[in-house]
Each structure stands twice: as structure tokens, then as C-alpha cells.
Design a binder for this molecule. Structure first.
Ligand code: C2E
Ligand code: CA
Ligand code: CA
Length: 827
């Protein structure tokens, strides 16, 4: 039971682990897919579809910077990826105004571009920053022939919205970072009340100012100062920076040039600022971290590039820029300089969710969190799968071990007797027949009686003791054939060594003890010797026959060696069975009736119906036991019953006073569950009162099958028939057991009459008679042959007599006429 439960629990555990593995795996894959999807927007997918079949398009990417500006290669890379797989040729033009602000250079650029555009026209123009968009607006007609524009990198939101409204451009304003970065700065430094914003006069810088004006209202109580580098010499700029006080935060927006004509990269400007102020420097968009800025709002230029490409593809697919909404919706990510954060008293845990950290020792986990999380899930799923498999393996192993164990158990159950641990009848055929020379079959006499009287545990103990005693016989193998029967196979002969047989019997007849109970039990033994060509099976059969033979002669303590006469006996039995079969088939039995006489009056009260073999070929004592053994008795008893009832019907018809007919009922008959109803129907059909029939059942059969006999007695009694307990005195008569049974008559057996109905030895039978009468039952004395016996029976008060003294069994027509004269008084 417990085993089963642990097995179940491990199954459930396995199942749960498996389910967890699936969940981890699926969620991991979904996260990866989500990341992929984020990098490939929906609009892109739709646009790609419509474009795929079209011919070749030309797109121009125009930037006022050059490749050396960090954002440009990223934008370009994003565009490249976005156009990947499309029939798009991507050209690039760099105005390079940050590095070369001189008007002459710019004029030459415009001239050159004009030349180029006279030979090639573009389907979409992509601008990478505010200056590039302004240039596109300015030259929309003369240079770009009203070609639609997609912009990115636009800080001047109002400008972006304006061109979108005009209908010739759409794109991605970079608005959102401002509010987020300023808020983050304010959150980290709650004491600060002053934002010092660094810009220049470039379109980008001025775009920043437009955006800045849009968020000032969100920071009531804060002062905003703008330093325009383009108006200051480097010296003036440095002085201004050094003046920045302890309540200020430096916000580096976009400043690339000073009045001295110095050009700054983002990192260059941040370095300059940090060298002259210890106040925290925030960058609103990408760059600067690592060069003095403590934090930058991170812009994923590559992603913007991909999204711009998607918009361009949509336009190539036939959509108007006016129909493609501006794309504001970007969550701000941050890049922090952890070392700098620490100098201001913050650590990694204080940083916002979507932060990347840059420092001397870049925490690996944080940097790769996005990819690590799904990978970790998939890894976990793999680990769980391994665990599930391992459990499965361990279980399979346990199962196979259990299977082997079960098989051993089963083998043991099949081949061994559970009680005595000896081999059983099946195990017998596992033995090597050639090893054995002789066999003896041992049957415990009256084990049933032991079980009945002392309980089955006592009987079991006896069997175990017998097993141990048999095992102690040398050169032999003990087997329990079943019930109370054992087999001893021996390598030596019992016939040639009669001492061994004697020793065996002596051993088995020693007293048996069970607790305080001491039993003197006997066994019946049949011996057989192996002859030429005999199998173990033949040897066993021979020993069994010898044992039965001994028992039919002695009933107890039988002892016989198998020889040809036993075989002949068996053959004779077989012949009887064949004759019985024929007689049953032909309903050829006859019935004789032996009078049962009321002792006192000599009145014939009834008859016992006794079966006769056709032509008296066999006496009842010969054929009845064989019929019982073979089960044919059930047919015979039904035949006799039918004839007896038929006889009653005839007598009734003839107007005779109906006698009581006693019908013998064999122990085997108890298996004929329908017999009682069969008898009842017969009587009812012939309208014979039920009390005209008496059933005789032997005492021993009552003990042999208590449950069935009690049920049968109950039925017979309830139907109003009488019951007699036959052969009383031959077995283990028990007055106490009899008390509970609904028995009307006790039939004293002839042996009891012969032994005790003897003048001078009457005490026992007198007491017995009184006891039976005390229980309210009547007595029939069977086998009363002499007048003396009759006289004594009458003297001690036996109720009825059935015996040769009155008559032998006789045919019905004679029986119905008999009358007896008894002396009125015995002196
Ligand atoms: P049983 O039931 O004890 O029947 C009484 C036997 O004792 C009968 O022998 C009867 O003839 C015999 N007997 C009666 N009075 C005397 C006497 O004074 N002296 C001697 N020596 N014998 C006497 P039977 O008819 O040979 O039957 C022998 C047994 O066969 C019966 O013993 C009964 O057990 C069995 N039997 C006979 N007929 C049937 C039957 O129809 N069904 C069953 N199941 N058994 C039957
Ligand atoms: Ca009888
Ligand atoms: Ca009898």
C-alpha cells in the first residue's frame, strides 16, 4: 500500500517538474521571440509584405553629421537592416556640418548633391537629424522633386509635427527622453533645484531648447539656466561651468561648438564639463557616459533606423507620409556610469529598471539581463527535463528490480507452499526425476477433526511440524501435495530398507503439541518403488494409490506398499464406475425398502429406501463408495429420491396409509444445491405431505462441510421434512454439535449396537439414549438382529428399530404388507 503511494507521489512530482520545464521553456522562447519582435515592428512586417513583389527603389539617407558621429553608423545600420530583403538601394550623403561648419564647404556639398540628383532621383529621403530635415525642407522642390521624407533623430518636436502636418514627411521625433531624464535626475538628487542646460546654436541644439521649453512646466520650483556654447569662448564657458553651485545639475543637451570655433564631440564636451565641475552631468540622449556624464538617456539609434526603414517601405508601398503617424512611443532607457554614481552615494540597486551600467567592472548580469533571463529559463527547463529523465530512469530501474522481485515472489508462490515452505505439487515437476528411487505419500488422518476441535491455527501447526519432520529424513525431498497430504521422494528404497519406513512412521506418529494441547495423531502412508520407465508423476500416482488402498482397509494408520493388486483394485474401481455410468444413463437402479418399526408396539412406521445395483452386480458397500468418490452418487440419490416419491404416490393412489420413507443423502450431495427444491417439487407434484419423507445424512458429512450442511438442514427442516443423523457412533460423535442442528432422529450405527447393546454393558448406551432424548430427538437403532438386542433396545427406551430382526430390505409391494407382532411385555 505504502509502496504504491510513494510511487504515485513520484509520478506527480515528475509530472509537476515536467510541467514546470514546459512553462520555463515556453516563457523563455516567448521572451526571445518578444525581443525579436520588438526589434521588428508590426508596421515593418506589413510594409514588407506589400513591397516584396515590387521592382527596385532608391532611398537616400541624408545626415548633417558624418560617420564619425556615434549615432550615425547606428542609424545607418538600422536602416540597412530594415531594408534587408527589400528591393531597395540605400544611398548615403553626409553633410558633415559639425566637423566642417564653414559655409564654403556646405556650398560645395549642396552643389555636388545638386549634380548627383540631376542624374538620379529618389523614391524616399531619410533624414537623420534636425539639420538634415531643415535642408530637406529647404530644397524639397529644387533638389528633391517633392520626394517624401522620413525623418529620425529630430529633437525639434514642433518642427517634426509641422512637416508631418504639411503631409510630405513622417518619422520619429526624439521627444520623450527629456521629461524622463530630467525626472530621473531630479529623483536622484532631490536637493537640487537648478538645471543648467548646455546647448549650442546648431539645429540640434536649438531643437533641444524647443523640447526643453515643453517640459519646464513639469518641474515647478526648479530653475532652468541655458548655456549656449556657440555664444561663449571656451574660457567663458569654463568660467560659467565653474560657477555652477551645489544645488545644480548639469544637463548636457547637444553642444558641439564654441565661439572660438572649437568643435566638440559629445564625449569631448562631457569631459570638458566634468573637468571643471564636480556636479553630476546628465546627458539627455546617447553618449557621454564614460567621459564624465553620470547618466545618459539611451536612444536606440539602430532601432529608430529600422523603424524609419519600415516607414519608408510603407511609403514605397503606396502610403502617403501623412497617413503614417509620428512615432513617439519610446520607453527611455538609461546608461549609468556606476563609478560616478557611487561617488554621489548611489549603488547599482538604486538604478531604474531599464538601466545599463558602464563602469570599471561592468556587472555582467546587469549588462546582459535581457538575454540572460530567457536563456536562464531555457537552461532551467533543460535542468528540469534532466531531473525528470533521471527520476524516470531511477523509477524504471526500481520498477525493473521490483518486477524481478515480483517474479521471484510469483515463482515462489507457484512452486512453494506458503504454510510449510515445502515445494508444492507444481514444484514437484521442477525436480529431477532421475534422482529419486522411491516415493511415499503421507495423509494425516482426521486433520479435519483437529481443525474443528482446536482451530485452524492448531491444524496449521501440525502441518508445519510434519513438514519439519519430513525434512529431517535423509536423502529425501519433502513436498506438500495439498491439504493434509505430503509426498516424500527419496533417493533410497523403503521396500529394501524396511527400517527406514519404520523410522519414518515412528517419527510421524510422535506426539504433536500446540501450546498446551498434545495430540496423538496418526497418518496413512502409501509407498511406491520406481520401476523401469516410470516418471515422477507415475511414481506419485502409485504411492497415492497405495495410500488410499491402505486407508480403505484401515481408515487410520494405513500403511501399504504399492503392488499390482492395488492396480487391479483400481481397475476394478474403474470397471464399477463404467457400470455405474451405464446404470445411471439407463435409470436401471432398483430400490428396496427396509421397515423401521416402533420398538414398543411393533408398528411399521416407515422404510429406509436402499439402492440396489441392477441384477445386484455389486453390493451397496462396493458401489456406493465408488459412486461417492466419482460424484455419481448425486445422480443415484436423485434417482432413488424420485423412485421413493413415486412409490409413495402409488401407495397413496392405492389408498394405503402413507409410511415415512427415509432417503439417504450423501455428503457429496451437499454440492447439489438444488436438491432440496427438487425434492419439494416432487412431493408437491404428487401431493405427498412433506413429513412423509425423512432425510438420512451421515454424521461425518455434517462435520465435513458445516456451512453447506447447516444451510441444507435449515431448508429441509423449514419445508417440514424430517432429518435423521445416520451412522451415529462411527465418527467423532459430538452431542454438543448435534444440539444446534434441527435433527429429529439419531440413528445408532450397527457397530454401536453390537458393542454396547449387550447385557451387562448397557450403562454407556443407556446414558447416551437419555442424553439424546434430553435434546428432544428420537433414536433409531440400526442393525438389530437378535431378539436379545431387540429386548434390550426396548428396555433402554430406543424409539425405533431397523434391523434383520424384523426384516431385510425388500421390494416395495412386499414391504407395504408387512406386520409384526411384538410381545406386550418382556419379563
Ligand atoms: P446405511 O445408510 O447405514 O443403511 C443401512 C445399511 O445397513 C443397509 O445396507 C441395510 O441393509 C443394513 N442393515 C440394516 N439392518 C441390518 C442388520 O440387522 N444387520 C446387518 N448386517 N445389516 C443391516 P445396504 O443396503 O447394503 O446399504 C449400505 C450402505 O449403502 C448404506 O448404509 C448407505 O450408506 C449406502 N446406501 C444404500 N442406498 C443408498 C442410497 O440410495 N443413497 C446413498 N447415498 N447411500 C445409499
Ligand atoms: Ca441410511
Ligand atoms: Ca446407517
Amino acid at each position: 500500500m505504502r509502496k504504491k503511494r510513494t510511487l504515485k507521489i513520484s509520478t506527480i512530482f515528475q509530472f509537476l517538474l515536467g510541467a514546470a520545464a514546459v512553462i520555463f521553456f515556453v516563457s523563455g522562447i516567448m521572451m526571445l521571440m518578444d525581443q525579436y519582435r520588438q526589434s521588428r515592428s508590426r508596421i515593418q512586417e506589413i510594409a514588407s509584405e506589400s513591397l516584396r513583389q515590387e521592382g527596385e527603389y532608391r532611398v537616400l539617407f541624408l545626415s548633417s553629421y558624418s560617420q564619425s558621429h556615434f549615432s550615425v553608423p547606428l542609424q545607418w545600420q538600422g536602416l540597412k537592416e530594415g531594408f534587408d530583403g527589400q528591393s531597395v538601394v540605400l544611398d548615403t550623403e553626409y553633410m558633415d556640418r559639425k566637423n566642417h561648419p564653414e559655409e564654403e564647404t556646405f556650398r560645395l556639398f549642396t552643389e555636388q548633391l545638386t549634380k548627383k540628383l540631376s542624374t538620379v532621383s529618389y523614391d524616399v529621403l531619410v533624414t537623420g537629424d534636425d539639420d538634415a530635415l531643415s535642408f530637406a525642407e529647404e530644397h524639397r522642390q529644387d533638389l528633391f522633386a517633392d520626394c517624401p521624407v522620413v525623418f529620425l533623430g529630430i529633437n525639434n518636436i514642433r518642427f517634426a509635427e509641422q512637416v508631418h502636418e504639411e503631409g510630405w514627411a513622417t518619422g520619429i521625433p526624439e521627444e520623450s527622453n527629456f521629461l524622463d531624464v530630467f525626472s530621473t535626475a531630479a529623483d536622484f538628487f532631490p536637493d537640487a533645484r537648478h538645471f543648467v542646460c548646455i546647448v549650442d546654436s546648431s539645429a540640434t541644439g536649438q531643437g533641444d531648447l524647443t523640447q526643453l521649453s515643453g517640459i519646464i512646466g513639469d518641474f515647478p520650483g526648479y530653475e532652468f539656466d541655458v548655456i549656449n556654447c556657440s555664444d561663449l569662448t571656451q574660457k567663458q564657458l569654463i568660467e560659467k561651468i565653474e560657477e555652477v553651485d551645489a544645488h545644480s545639475l548639469i544637463m548636457e543637451l547637444d553642444a558641439f561648438a564654441d565661439a572660438d570655433g572649437n568643435i566638440y564631440t559629445i564625449d569631448g564636451m562631457c569631459r570638458l564639463l566634468s573637468e571643471h565641475s564636480d556636479r553630476p552631468i546628465f546627458r539627455v540622449s546617447t553618449g557621454g557616459v564614460g567621459s564624465g556624464a553620470v547618466c545618459s538617456g539611451f536612444i536606440d539609434f539602430e532601432q529608430y533606423g529600422r523603424e524609419a526603414a519600415a516607414m519608408a517601405i510603407a511609403i514605397l508601398g503606396g502610403q502617403s507620409p501623412a497617413d503614417i503617424p509620428l512615432l513617439y512611443d519610446h520607453e527611455t532607457a538609461y546608461v549609468f556610469d556606476l563609478d560616478r554614481m557611487k561617488t554621489y552615494g548611489f549603488d547599482e540597486n538604486d538604478l531604474p529598471e531599464n538601466s545599463t551600467v558602464v563602469s570599471g567592472e561592468v556587472p555582467f548580469l546587469r549588462q546582459h539581463r535581457a538575454i540572460l533571463s530567457p536563456l536562464l529559463r531555457i537552461f532551467l527547463a533543460a535542468i528540469l527535463v534532466i531531473i525528470v529523465l533521471a527520476i524516470g530512469f531511477v523509477r524504471a530501474d526500481a520498477d525493473s528490480r521490483k518486477l524481478a522481485e515480483d517474479e521471484r515472489d510469483l515463482r515462489h508462490k507457484v512452486y512453494y507452499d506458503g504454510l510449510t515452505e515445502l515445494l508444492n505439487r507444481n514444484g514437484l515437476f521442477e525436480l529431477d526425476a532421475s534422482e529419486f528411487q522411491s516415493a511415499c505419500v503421507i495423509n494425516v488422518d482426521d486433520l479435519k477433526f483437529v481443525n474443528e476441535k482446536y482451530g485452524y491455527s492448531c491444524g496449521d501447526e501440525v502441518l508445519k511440524t510434519i513438514a519439519r519432520r519430513l525434512e529431517s529424513i535423509h536423502d529425501s525431498k519433502a513436498i506438500r501435495l495439498g491439504g493434509d497430504e505430503f509426498l516424500l521422494l527419496s533417493a533410497r528404497s523403503f521396500l529394501k530398507e524396511p527400517d527406514r519406513a519404520r523410522q519414518l512412521e515412528e517419527k510421524l506418529h510422535r506426539q504433536y503439541t500446540y501450546g498446551t494441547i498434545v495430540l496423538d495423531l496418526t497418518v496413512s502412508i502409501g509407498y511406491a518403488e520406481k520401476t523401469e520407465g516410470m516418471s515422477t508423476d507415475d511414481l506419485l500416482t502409485a504411492a497415492e494409490l497405495a495410500m488410499y488402498h491402505g486407508r480403505t482397509i484401515h481408515r487410520r494408520r494405513g500403511h501399504s506398499f504399492y503392488d499390482e493388486s492395488i492396480r487391479e483394485e483400481l481397475d476394478r474401481k474403474t470397471a464399477i464406475i463404467n457400470d455405474l455410468l451405464e446404470a445411471v444413463r439407463e435409470n436401471a437402479f432398483t430400490v428396496l425398502y427396509q421397515p423401521q418399526v416402533v420398538t414398543e408396539s411393533g408398528n411399521v412406521i416407515g422404510f429406509e429406501a436402499l439402492c440396489r445395483f441392477p441384477d445386484n452386480k455389486y453390493t451397496p458397500n462396493l458401489f456406493i463408495p465408488v459412486a461417492e468418490e466419482s460424484g455419481l452418487i448425486m445422480n443415484i440419490d436423485r434417482i432413488v429420491t424420485q423412485k421413493a416419491v413415486q412409490q409413495l404416490a402409488e401407495w397413496k393412489e392405492a389408498g394405503k396409509e402413507l409410511p415415512v420413507i427415509s432417503i439417504n443423502y450423501s455428503a457429496k450431495q451437499l454440492r447439489d444445491a438444488e436438491y432440496a427444491n427438487f425434492l419439494k417439487d416432487l412431493l408437491d407434484e404428487n401431493r405427498i405431505p412433506h413429513d412423509r419423507v425423512k432425510i438420512e445424512i451421515t454424521e461425518s458429512s455434517v462435520f465435513a462441510d458445516k456451512v453447506r450442511s447447516e444451510r441444507f438442514f435449515g431448508m429441509i427442516h423449514d419445508m417440514g421434512m424430517q432429518i435423521a443423523l445416520d451412522d451415529f457412533g462411527t465418527g467423532y460423535s459430538s452431542i454438543t454439535a448435534m444440539r444446534a442442528l434441527p435433527v429429529d432422529f439419531i440413528k445408532f450405527d450397527k457397530s454401536l449396537i453390537d458393542e454396547y447393546l449387550v447385557k451387562g454393558h448397557l450403562t454407556f448406551i443407556t446414558d447416551l439414549t437419555a442424553m439424546v432424548h434430553d435434546l428432544g430427538k428420537k433414536i433409531v437403532a440400526e442393525g438389530v438382529e437378535t431378539e436379545e438386542q431387540y429386548r434390550l433396545a426396548r428396555q433402554i427406551g430406543i424409539d425405533q428399530i431397523q434391523g434383520y430382526y424384523f426384516d431385510r430390505p425388500m421390494p416395495a409391494e412386499k414391504a407395504i404388507e408387512v406386520k409384526y407382532q411384538v410381545p406386550l411385555n418382556f419379563s
